[in-house]
Design a protein. Structure first.
Length: 367
């Protein structure tokens, strides 16, 4: 005869072709030992619950038609989207976008609920891998920022960037309306999204997290690129003095000096915004130097500023591989798989802007 104990609460033994399960809470040690030795029956002063060996299978096979229908209905209403096949089937079968949104929203809450750290925060999102940061996003985030809470705000941030002015306002809004403002970056917070992160009290990053330069772009080209081009032309003239007149005539015809001045001012504005958001915290270097590095130091707008390099600039503001990051990473892994499938099957993109209810399904832009 075999006896098993589970968490000191349940006593289970095999007896006459069935399992005997009894609660042993408050049993004395001598009683437990006696029960282990007794091969006929268990003397415990409580009713025994006898479960046939194949009771689970039997109960499943003996479900009435109505019970089976109810079970299937529950599974349909709350599908296990952690299962790839179930996720795929849900996307293929459900034709209404509004119903898909509700299903994905419920699963998002389920993911968040698995992380104990989520109870500590008011969680908001700027998660959009397709669309640029805009004034509309700033409005949505402002509308969900809690005003009467002692909880810190955690912003799950995943974005390729966008307009610098709304980005500054998003970061400023989160700072002003929360006791503490933290950002978790599961993968990318580039360009204007980096500017948002600079306003945070803590930036939570992992191995694949990345910030980026915040030099403004126009038509996909860096504002600082024009200045760099002129510097390159100046080197040509220095090397070949006789080309100076030809290049001067060319620039006079093709270059509007007002544009050159505008591009330079926009870059200076980016540095001013960064300096404001960095204020009030302690860093390894001067705030102005840090801001200047993010705007002027990097030659490529897509340059990866990983967690190690970010620590060099921002010191203890950067937190690595924390529970906040793990929460953001789990959300990203679900959203990444979801967007891959929805993109291929439905030609849609899914974003979350604001609270969890800010989950939206958009048509994929043809860039």
């Amino acid at each position: 005869m075999t006896c098993l104990y589970f968490e000191n609460k349940f006593y289970i033994r095999w007896y006459k072709n069935c399992f005997i399960i009894k609660n042993i809470f408050n049993m004395e040690e001598k009683d437990i030992k006696q029960n282990e030795l007794n091969s006929e029956e268990i003397q415990m002063g409580e009713k025994e619950k006898i479960v046939p060996q194949n009771s689970t299978e039997a109960s499943s096979n003996n479900l009435t038609k109505e019970e089976e229908q109810n079970k299937n209905k529950i599974e349909e209403q709350n599908p296990d989207l952690d299962n790839f096949n179930t996720l795929l089937k849900t996307i293929l079968d459900e034709k209404e976008v509004s119903k898909l949104t509700k299903v994905f929203y419920k699963h998002l809450l389920k993911i968040i609920g698995k992380h104990e750290i989520s109870k500590k925060y008011d969680i908001i999102f700027l998660y959009d891998s397709q669309n640029s940061i805009s004034e509309n996003m700033a409005d949505k985030i402002y509308s969900v920022i809690p005003t009467k809470t002692e909880k810190p705000v955690l912003l799950i941030l995943h974005s390729r960037g966008g307009q610098i002015e709304p980005a500054y306002l998003i970061s400023k809004t989160c700072k002003e309306n929360s006791k503490k403002f933290n950002v978790a970056i599961p993968r990318k917070a580039k360009s204007a999204a980096t500017l948002i992160a600079l306003g945070a009290d803590e930036i939570h990053m992992g191995t694949l997290s990345e910030l980026g330069p915040i030099d403004p772009q126009f038509g996909g080209l860096p504002a600082l690129g024009l200045t760099s081009s002129l510097e390159s032309l100046a080197k040509v003239v220095t090397k070949y003095p006789k080309s100076s007149e030809m290049l001067a005539n060319f620039l006079a015809q093709k270059l509007d000096l007002r544009i050159l001045g505008y591009f330079e001012r926009v870059s200076e504005s980016a540095m001013q915004y960064a300096t404001r958001l960095l204020g009030g915290k302690i860093y390894p270097s001067k705030i102005e130097d840090i801001a200047r590095n993010f705007v002027y130091e990097y030659k490529d707008h897509s340059f990866v500023i990983d967690k190690e390099e970010a620590i060099n600039f921002l010191g203890d503001t950067i937190k690595t591989n924390t529970e906040e990051y793990l929460l953001a990473n789990d959300i990203h892994q679900f959203m990444s798989t979801l967007n891959n499938l929805v993109g291929i099957i439905r030609k849609k993109n899914i974003a979350i802007i604001g609270g969890c209810k800010g989950l939206i399904i958009n048509d994929i832009e043809n860039n």
